[in-house]
Write a protein that binds this ligand. Sequence first.
Ligand code: NAD
Ligand code: TYD
Length: 356
Amino acid sequence: MSQYSILITGGAGFIGSHVVRLFVNKYPHYRIYNLDKLTYAGNLENLKDIEQKSNYIFLHGDITDTAYIEKIFSEYQFQSIIHLAAESHVDRSIHNPMDFVFTNVVGTVNLLNAAKKIWNGHPPTGMRNLFYHISTDEVYGSLHSDDEYFTENTPYDPRSPYSASKASSDHFVRAYHNTYNLPIVISNCSNNYGPNQFPEKLIPLMINNIKNNKPLPVYGKGENVRDWLYVEDHAAAIDVVFHKGKIGETYNIGGHNEWKNIDLVHLLCKLMNRKLNRPEGTSEKLITFVPDRPGHDLRYAIDATKIKTELGWSPSLQFHEGIEKTINWYLENEDWLNHVTSGEYKNYYQKQYLNR
Ligand code: NAD
Ligand code: TYD
């Protein structure tokens, strides 16, 4: 029997690299293709431990490039897709919304078209075809402090260019299921944290700045609330949804772990004072309140009952364990931080790997 071929897009990024690693190691009988453009957020150093595995293939390309996407679909005949490639940072979307329209909307529709073309009218292969779209809880909008959690039935109300582009891509994915019967599933996850996150996002940015004694920029009054999930728990949920999720369904994924930004920054300061042998209260002096993000969503919080009861997934790590592991990883991987922030890895791992 030929190997089950899965295309994972955005596999060199933060969440994608954890998903690629999990699938390559756990399913040696699957063939995992990682398609990534290697933008500032994509880094092959994230995958150096698995890049030599025989069931792993890296494809360097852009999901907005229709001809390239058609070519690789025809050449490799992917049987399923896990689509993570995206522009993912809200602050960047405020400055450059069009990048988000191209990658998140046009790129997704390109992949949908290519999947529709090779799957429609082809005899079943024995393994199911699936277009699994990875999305965010930000499509549901912003909650007040006493509102109920987001469920799968919460109406979409995206409020940033990032969340608008993700909401749009979710709508296209559902439309392709409804119109062309494309086998799809979507999951919407809360904020992730953990190793390999590009240090423009809150947690790695604060860890890096605390370490380097740089100001800790807290937007507004720091009253905004996010629901944090350890990235490997998200990858495990993706594994479960990929294998057991019902076609056409949506699953919310979350950590049931809400934190006000200012409380989280204080926690990071406290933990890092201990790690760095600094007297209590030292890193806290770096906290700097800065002008708020325009249109800053107040609160996100996920009700993950459906995935728990129907598919049996729940987070494995407590937040205090996950945050400890995360801080340790950033402190032990200073080279990684230096490479991704300086762009140096592009001259090192990427050239080395791409030129083989
Ligand atoms: P990331 O920014 O770390 O990585 C994105 C990856 O996509 C990078 O490797 C980048 O090189 C690649 N990419 C970007 N544009 C591309 C293009 N045009 N063609 C091919 N590859 C391209 O993102 P992340 O935080 O790992 O998020 C992954 C997915 O999960 C996204 O779809 C995001 O919306 C979703 N998500 C993220 C979070 C979170 O907290 N980070 C939460 C919920 C959902
Ligand atoms: P972020 O990690 O960018 O994720 P998202 O905006 O997708 O939730 O930001 C998390 C929260 O932290 C958000 O409320 C904005 C806030 N924030 C700061 O206060 N300062 C910062 O420097 C950053 C990057 C974020």
